[in-house]
Design a protein around this ligand. Structure first.
Ligand code: P61
Length: 461
């Protein structure tokens, strides 16, 4: 059957050769890497779907903008360029750059944690966000809707807040104990799933009612706005930029890993709508943590590339193709009967490995086992988003059980063709055929925080 797809609105001007490896080589490489694709050398990977973070291709305009970087330690022209663009997109008053998303989180999130026993509530905290909430001495609560856990059934906004759960948590914990409400758009951990404007509006109303600050974790805010335009009634005739602006109007703070919808290889942002006190606190704290407030850990050239990238990421022709690549890969897997989070989100296809490998319990990391097998099959690197990533309970130190065990096939922006995606689909289909032979994994080495980056594992014989 012929597959229809949205062709890219760009052509290729420069190519990056990639090494081909044999299956025997990959078996050895994975063993050397402690059965953890994070520790593979990227030169041993054919198609790298580990992350869409900083892995995309810059445009000719961005490469040209690098040459305009003003590398002054303080008051760089490039900062003022970036500030102007961020203010125009968000309508926010204050802008501080950071070296990447977690740098922004590290500086901003502790400012609202004023004493012990506080909480952040989110639709779903991403793992670095959760880590910074905990480092700041608070606890992270997720209140995503139940539809998100029902992977194969269509629901247009599986990233939504469960508004009842949200209000219940606020009442139970006490509004004065809630440091902030974090709106993760798109909801990465739920499968790159969008959050509807209606849901965000109601979340914002609840926050206002209890006098709680709202923070957008907007790594993929442009992709979220595109889904709103495609799926939410009343938004079909608005531009993605207008929808994004409506989103920013609902919150107080914008934190961004610009390595996603900033279309750059490195960068992050803190933008604050109006709270001068919070701005001054972040400004003070960023100096020892990231750098002077007009560079925040970035080179002037990085800020120039980001100023251009933020604009390009709102281009609707670009977004149409971008979102369609994930849809195409998802459809190929679904056609082969492989269970995935459906509908497919913005930046990745999330394969439901709990269903693929019911023989592997959560504490033996079924999705990691599938990722490893896909690498051996084809040289494609995917990433586990499940119990391996979730880690341990900070109080009891028990392995947490993730409600979903995903293999994430993450698509870098403007980087791979549909032909690459066919290679990926074919590899996953081959592994699916031999799913009964897969075994779980155990730790050889387990680091205490964000263990999935550097852990070493071994297959359970
Ligand atoms: C990713 F395996 N995401 O999805 P930074 N918020 C959100 C993110 O998606 C996010 C950050 C904040 C990554 C990179 C990554 O264990 C991992 O610029 C919604 O990466 O600091 C990052 O932004 C943090 C992959 C991060 C991981 C942590 O691939």
């Amino acid at each position: 059957m012929e597959k229809k797809y949205v062709a890219p609105p760009y052509r290729i001007k420069m190519v990056e050769p990639i090494k081909m490896t044999t299956k025997a080589e990959r078996i050895q490489k994975l063993k050397d890497a402690g059965y953890n694709p994070f520790t593979l050398k990227s030169e041993d990977v054919y198609i790298d779907l580990l992350s869409d973070s900083g892995s995309g291709a810059m445009s000719q305009h961005q490469w040209a903008a690098l040459m305009l970087g003003d590398e002054a330690y303080a008051g760089s022209k490039s900062f003022y360029h970036l500030e102007k663009v961020v203010k125009a997109i968000t309508g926010y008053k204050y802008v501080i750059p950071a070296h990447q998303g977690r740098g922004a989180e590290k500086v901003m999130l502790p400012q609202l944690v004023t004493r012990e026993g506080m909480y952040y509530i989110s639709n779903t905290h991403f793992d670095t966000t959760r880590a910074h909430v905990e480092i700041a001495g608070a606890r992270a609560i997720d209140v995503v809707i139940d539809e998100c856990y029902d992977t194969e059934n269509y629901y247009p906004f599986k990233g939504n807040f469960d508004l009842e759960k949200l209000e219940k948590e606020i009442k139970e914990k006490g509004p004065e104990n809630i440091a902030g409400i974090i709106m993760t758009v798109t909801n990465n951990s739920a499968g790159g799933q969008p959050v509807s404007m209606e849901n965000l509006r109601k979340t914002s109303e609840i926050a206002k009612k209890y006098n709680i600050k709202t923070i957008i974790d907007g790594a993929r805010y442009a992709e979220n706005a595109y889904f709103v335009k495609e799926r939410e009634k009343g938004y079909e005739n608005k531009s993605v930029r207008e929808i994004a602006r409506e989103l920013f109007d609902l919150a107080d703070v914008f934190l961004m890993s610009s390595k996603k919808d900033g279309l750059v290889n490195i960068g992050g942002l803190i933008a604050i709508k109006a709270d001068v006190d919070l701005y001054q606190k972040c400004q003070t704290y960023i100096v020892p943590m990231e750098g002077f407030p007009t560079y925040g850990g970035l080179a002037g050239r990085d800020m120039e590339a980001l100023a251009v990238g933020l604009e390009e990421a709102l281009d609707e022709d670009y977004l149409r193709h971008r979102i369609d690549q994930a849809r195409y890969l998802g459809d190929r897997l679904r056609d082969a009967g492989i269970p995935i989070q459906y509908p497919v989100g913005g930046h990745a296809v999330f394969v439901d490995c709990k269903k693929i490998c019911p023989q592997i319990p959560y504490h033996q990391f079924p999705a990691q086992a599938v990722c490893n097998e896909v690498y051996i099959e084809s040289g494609v690197r995917a990433v586990e988003v499940g119990s391996f990533l979730l880690g341990r309970d900070p109080d009891t130190k028990e392995n947490l059980e993730s409600p979903l065990e995903f293999m994430r096939l993450t698509i870098p922006r403007r980087t791979y063709t549909y032909a690459h995606l066919d290679v990926v689909a074919n590899a996953v289909i081959e592994v699916y055929k031999r799913r009964d032979t897969l075994v779980g994994l155990d730790f050889e080495y387990e680091p205490p925080v964000l263990r999935h980056f550097t852990a070493r594992l071994k297959p359970i014989k």
